[in-house]
Design a protein around this ligand. Structure first.
Ligand code: PLP
Length: 443
């Protein structure tokens, strides 16, 4: 076997040359034209680009209605409210996601009830949903994490049996499919995000989608001050319900429309780059690659791997080994990072139950269990994973994916040294910088 070349962190050559990885998103003359046209217009608030964006995104995704928002979190909160989840109601959600998948439930005074994840898919374990249902359960909020759809047949069957609403957090999963059908078209309504890191980036922004006229009306009230009319209609400026200000603006929507023209190509590029990574990395000892189960069309929004300590025969602290591996990979020029270091129930807002004060909303119902020990699979995942986003994104292509795979091969060839090294190190020294999410301020 060839001797592995010296690690970049020890003075060897970088596996991923400087400047190879193109930044995200690609900006073209199309973006410039849309944005300059918006600037030349006379409505910079909820202007014509917002209305066009809603129609175009709904058509792209196969929904009857869409409302463009200033974030994915806003669209999630609108979903929770539109589905009638209110004070003291319980909403079932995965134990591992972005914080607002669960805090959006709190935003409407409802109570998140967590379900552990399935290790292979990293999504909520659908086999554990039913055990979490109580008479207070109102909805199941599924998160299609990292571009992989949840098994919606299973979720909808449970929802039908228990008469529950289904909300889809599709913030990371534009274009992901289950049995050939796009996410955001399965449940009662869904939320998408267009923040910096997303497969459709307009800087910030989001979209609420539904096929249900009544949910549309409810969501519109939440979205704009509790009013029943949109800013493009004659308004009476009357708050018919408690509302927020979740509207998008014309410039951001113009950017989103321009990017939407290439979204299908972007997703195809992510899939092709992931296929290169999968092929190049198959069989690397100690590396658990992301799964794409039958019937699922993965978009590889985030290509997330896990360190398989058992396969390595490693009995030390896997999170330390993961962190040291990331330091080595970052030095090689591979921008990997930890996406979420904490499972949701372990976050302070749930441990301290410090949402609205005076115990609200938890004081409105019976106690729910946020003991992290109840979510061992999610915990195991957070300790062992690292992921990447930018190298998967267009216009990066096979050359970039191969270089990143080369970096992973190189570092894993040195894993014995890293294992010996981390066992001697305090944790802080092994901590890597994160490109994924936290590292560049995106989620
Ligand atoms: C799974 C998930 N849900 C919700 C959100 C919230 O989206 P936004 O940042 O647009 O509010 C994000 C991203 O931040 C996410 O990754």
């Amino acid at each position: 076997m060839a001797t592995p070349s010296r690690l970049a962190m020890h003075g060897g050559p970088k596996a991923v040359p400087e400047g190879l990885i193109a930044k995200w998103p690609p900006i073209s003359d199309v973006d410039r034209r849309y944005i300059l046209d918006s600037l030349a217009g006379d409505n910079h608030a909820f202007g014509p680009n917002c209305q066009a964006f809603e129609k175009e995104f709904a058509a792209w995704n196969g929904n009857r209605h869409a409302i463009t928002t200033n974030s994915g979190t806003a669209a999630l909160h609108m979903s929770v409210a539109a589905c009638g989840c209110g004070a003291g109601d319980e909403v079932i959600v995965t134990a591992y996601s972005w914080s607002s998948s669960a805090t959006a439930i709190l935003h409407h005074n409802a109570i998140p009830v967590f379900v552990d994840i399935d290790f292979d898919t990293m999504n909520m374990d659908v086999a554990k949903i039913e055990a979490a249902i109580t008479p207070r359960t109102k909805a199941i909020l599924v998160v299609h994490l990292h571009g992989l759809a949840v098994n919606m047949d299973a979720v909808l069957a449970i929802a039908r049996r228990h008469r529950l609403r289904v909300i889809e957090d599709a913030c990371q999963a534009h274009g992901a499919t289950f049995r050939g059908q796009k996410v955001g078209t399965w449940g009662d309504c869904a939320a998408f995000s267009f923040n910096q890191n997303k497969s459709l980036c307009s800087g910030e922004g989001g979209m609420f989608v539904t096929n249900d006229e009544r949910l549309l009306q409810q969501a519109r009230m939440i979205w704009s001050f509790g009013e029943t009319r949109t800013p493009s209609q004659t308004r009476d400026y009357h708050a018919y319900a408690l509302g927020w200000m979740y509207r998008n603006n014309d410039l951001t929507a113009a950017f989103g429309r321009a990017q939407l023209l290439r979204l299908s190509e972007y997703i195809q590029a992510q899939r092709e780059n992931a296929a290169v990574l999968q092929a190049e990395l198959r069989g690397v000892k100690g590396l658990h690659l992301p799964a794409e189960p039958v019937n699922h069309g993965h978009t590889y929004y985030n290509f997330t791997c896990r360190i398989d300590a058992a396969a390595l025969g490693y009995s030390g602290d896997v999170s330390k080994l993961r962190d040291a591996t990331m330091v080595a990979l970052n030095a090689e020029g591979a921008p990997v990072g930890v996406w979420q270091q904490f499972i949701l129930p372990a976050m302070t807002v749930f441990q301290a139950k410090n949402a609205f004060g005076k115990g609200s909303p938890w004081c409105l119902a019976e106690a729910v269990n946020y003991d992290p020990a109840y979510f061992p699979v999610a915990q195991r995942h957070t300790e062992s994973h690292f992921g990447m986003t930018t190298p998967l994104r267009s216009p990066n292509a096979a050359q970039t994916a191969r270089a990143v795979a080369g970096a992973i091969h190189k570092v894993f060839d040195h894993l014995d040294d890293l294992m010996a090294q981390v066992d001697r190190q305090p944790r802080d020294m092994a901590r890597g910088s994160a490109d994924v999410a936290g590292g560049n301020g995106a989620s």
